[in-house]
Design a binder for this molecule. Structure first.
Ligand code: AMP
Ligand code: MG
Length: 340
């Protein structure tokens, strides 16, 4: 008490204004980014918004493999069979992606950039029809994977000319982690960064915890709400994010590296984890794993809170996530049936 009085004597005990939630939206990484910053100081919110915007722009430029940037440079060298120089942050990122890929049994496989390109999912305009089966088969047979990469000093060495890095299944979660670190460093007392389905929070939303919705994979609205604590990230991957229709069939952007075709065993997956990058990679891996293998893959990735929506629209949950969700739909019914 004495210490408090002493401090008051010097500071005049000016009452701190209550923390307000500043909300902004902007486009980055080809998606709408929603940013909430909790701080009593408008100046901190403004500075944080500017820094997060420029962080996202920089990361997108450096990590988008189909335009000049750090990752494109690395890919160019690997394709030519040369040792690829990469900055230390990029090497660290690739190493972590390598570890996650291995633990996912290659279901999360950021080495399949050529396959993504063949399907045209790197572009905004979708294809009209799937690519030729022989071209898909050739890339599947070449089997590029993260084990084809090794680190020699400051450089990367590839052993497979078909390898092309595309961190699209991981980069948004990574960017969200970096953004949260930035908000903390700038002195915000809470925040939430949502990059189109990959989000992370810290602190609280004033007196309330952060509450988010998990999108319905077919209809508008959400299927469930979830309160997240100040140290959680949530990622959802789904076949509705990027796809084209051909002869009544949906061809979506999450590819099964084993078949070379869009994953057929699930339409969406949601993962809760401390780190955004892990949640992002894992959500993609679980869609590829599908109904039969997702629990085992989640376990190997150290994920205990996960949800899978199988190809028939039925919801599967780990008990740890089930206990946390407030459903807005009847969870035992198929989501495909309900939306038709
Ligand atoms: P996400 O929305 O996080 O599931 O990431 C999907 C994006 O990651 C796609 O648009 C591709 O660029 C890339 N991708 C597709 N399939 C895979 C896969 N099996 N492993 C890693 N990246 C993938
Ligand atoms: Mg992902």
């Amino acid at each position: 008490m004495a210490a408090v009085l002493f401090l008051c004597a010097f500071s005049g005990c000016a009452p701190r204004p209550p923390a307000a939630v500043h909300e902004v939206q902007f486009f980055a990484f080809g998606t709408l980014v929603e940013l909430s910053i909790v701080t009593p100081e408008a100046g901190v919110a403004k500075e944080a918004e500017g820094q997060v915007r420029s962080l996202f722009d920089t990361l997108h430029r450096e990590l988008y493999p189909w335009a000049p940037g750090a990752l494109a440079g690395t890919n160019g060298a690997l394709e030519g069979g040369r040792p690829a120089a990469a900055a230390s942050w990029l090497r660290a990122l690739i190493r972590r992606a390598q570890a996650l890929s291995e633990r996912s049994g290659g279901r999360f496989n950021p080495a399949i950039g050529r396959l993504v390109e063949l399907w045209g999912f790197h572009r905004d305009e979708p294809r009209a029809a799937p690519p030729a089966a022989e071209r898909i088969a050739a890339l599947v047979a070449a089997a590029p994977n993260m084990e084809d990469l090794s680190f020699v000093g400051d450089t990367l060495q590839g052993r497979n000319p078909a390898l092309m890095l595309d961190l699209g299944a991981y980069a948004k979660g990574y960017a969200v982690d970096r953004a949260i670190a930035r908000l903390k460093r700038l002195g915000a007392v809470g925040g939430l960064v949502n990059a189109g389905g990959d989000l992370r929070a810290f602190g609280a939303r004033g007196a309330r915890p952060w509450r988010i919705g998990i999108r319905h994979p077919r209809g508008p609205g959400v299927i469930a709400a979830l309160e997240i604590d100040g140290a959680e990230a949530v990622s959802t991957s789904g076949d509705y994010e990027r796809f084209f229709m051909h002869r009544g069939r949906r061809y979506h952007h999450i590819l099964d590296p084993k078949s070379g075709y869009p994953a057929a065993g699930a339409i969406a997956a949601t993962v809760v984890h401390r780190r955004g990058a892990v949640a992002d990679a894992a959500a993609t891996a679980l869609v590829v794993a599908g109904r039969r293998e997702w629990r085992e893959v989640a376990r190997r990735l150290g994920i205990d809170k996960a949800m899978l929506i199988d190809a028939e629209g039925f919801i599967h949950l780990t008990p740890e996530l089930r206990a946390r969700l407030q459903f807005q739909v009847e969870p035992a019914r198929s989501l495909l049936e309900a939306s038709s």
